[in-house]
Design a protein around this ligand. Structure first.
Ligand code: C2E
Ligand code: MG
Ligand code: MG
Ligand code: MG
Length: 285
């Protein structure tokens, strides 16, 4: 057997591949346990209106402390959840939990929830969303579903139908990470979005790269023309926020305004804003 395996470098790569596979199996097993035993949490990152600095809502971000391994990034475990089908139940939990929490927020505050392309294609997304709204009592207008371009690849008729049903029910749809894919412009026109979230990679270069400003202007101009609202992701400096405001971007999210917070810390921030008469809060330090 060793002889057979010895050709073409197979013997060299096999242990590495095997190790990766085992690591993924271990993550999968731990994800199942987390699902059964309540091992997931949601963090909430404030979203603010750029003109006034007021909080209008928050994005729910999944958090998982892997037993004996510590916090693991969703960018690392969501792909495993997608490959194993676990994204269905995990995504349903995220929707339930985010809606349940947001139903307690002050009037008008919205919650944005990320939905993975794989989860989206598991056909019953509409029902899963409706169930989360019903059991929480959250008005549909206060839920925003964030999808990436990956959702729009593949079976577009069915995707379009699901997006339209969600929208007809009052749920908002945001395009996440805008500008990182291939033909985002076409998608914006073809699918029924309410909001464009401009990817952090454009914001990061605003201060040092004139072409980043040009792209920003184009994206904002097009979004406005299509009647879409705009949010800049990953805003870290006051200079970026000022440029964005100046260029007419409506809202923003980023470490400048607040890191992803525990639900309690977000409650407190919203409460403070209310007591300040809706006045801008320079969040959080
Ligand atoms: P995303 O939806 O684009 O979320 C924004 C990410 O940027 C978050 O990372 C957030 O913590 C981070 N971020 C926010 N502001 C700043 C900033 O000013 N600077 C920098 N450097 N980063 C900032 P996080 O929480 O690690 O999530 C990563 C990705 O994982 C998310 O990107 C999203 O695609 C995915 N994800 C998170 N939660 C869920 C979930 O519940 N379901 C699904 N399907 N995907 C999720
Ligand atoms: Mg997102
Ligand atoms: Mg994003
Ligand atoms: Mg992302």
């Amino acid at each position: 057997q060793a002889k057979e395996a010895g050709r073409g470098g197979y013997r060299f790569f096999a242990p590495e591949m095997n190790r990766k596979l085992q690591e993924r199996r271990a993550i999968e097993a731990d994800l199942r346990i987390a699902l059964e035993q309540g091992g997931f949490r949601l963090a909430y990152q404030p979203q603010v209106r750029l003109g006034s600095g007021t909080i209008t809502g928050a994005e729910a971000l999944l958090r998982w402390a892997r037993p004996a391994m510590g916090e693991m990034s969703p960018d690392a475990f969501i792909p495993v959840a997608e490959d194993t089908g676990l994204i269905g139940p995990i995504g349903a939990w995220v929707l339930q939990e985010a809606c349940r929490r947001a139903a307690r927020w002050p009037d008008g505050m919205t919650v944005a929830v990320n939905v993975s392309p794989v989860q989206f294609r598991q056909s019953d997304l509409f029902e899963v969303v409706m169930a989360a709204l019903e059991s929480s009592g959250l008005p549909p207008e206060r839920l925003e579903v964030e999808i990436t371009e990956g959702v729009l690849l593949g079976d577009t008729e069915e995707t379009l139908a699901t997006l339209r049903r969600l929208r007809a029910a009052g749920v908002r749809i945001a395009m996440d990470d805008f500008g990182t894919g291939y033909s985002s412009l076409v998608y914006l026109q073809k699918f029924p979005f309410d909001k464009v979230k401009i990817d952090r990679s454009f914001i990061r270069n605003l201060e040092k790269d004139a072409s980043a400003v040009t792209i920003l202007r184009a994206v904002l101009g097009m979004s406005n023309a299509l009647g879409l609202s705009t949010l800049a992701e990953g805003v870290e400096t006051a200079a970026q926020a000022e440029m964005l405001r100046h260029e007419g971007c409506e809202s923003a999210q980023g470490y400048l305004f607040g890191r992803p917070l525990t639900p309690e810390a977000l409650d407190e921030l919203m409460l403070r804003q209310r007591h300040a008469g809706g006045e801008a809060l320079r969040a959080l330090g």
